[in-house]
Design a binder for this molecule. Structure first.
Ligand SMILES: [Zn+2]
Length: 75
């Protein structure tokens, strides 16, 4: 009986540990995404872009005569 109980407890602990790890991982991802979003600031007019694709469209529309940053050409 005691053995069975111990097994259940260790399973619960393992599940808790996994949940914590998962939670921490997600928090890190969100933080990274937020930091990444802030990095897309137009070098010409300093407008903030949510993603590179929007930045590229903005660049094409607002600054067609300016040279597009190299990393935007991939999007
Ligand atoms: Zn701009």
């Amino acid at each position: 009986m005691a053995r069975g109980q111990q097994k259940v407890q260790s399973q619960q602990k393992a599940a808790e540990k996994a949940a914590k790890l998962k939670k921490g991982h997600n928090a890190n991802d969100q933080k990274k995404a937020a930091q990444k979003a802030l990095q897309h600031i137009c070098s010409i007019c300093k407008a903030q872009m949510p993603d590179p694709k929007t930045y590229k469209q903005h660049f094409e529309n607002k600054h067609p005569k300016m040279e597009m940053p190299e990393f935007l050409k991939d999007f």
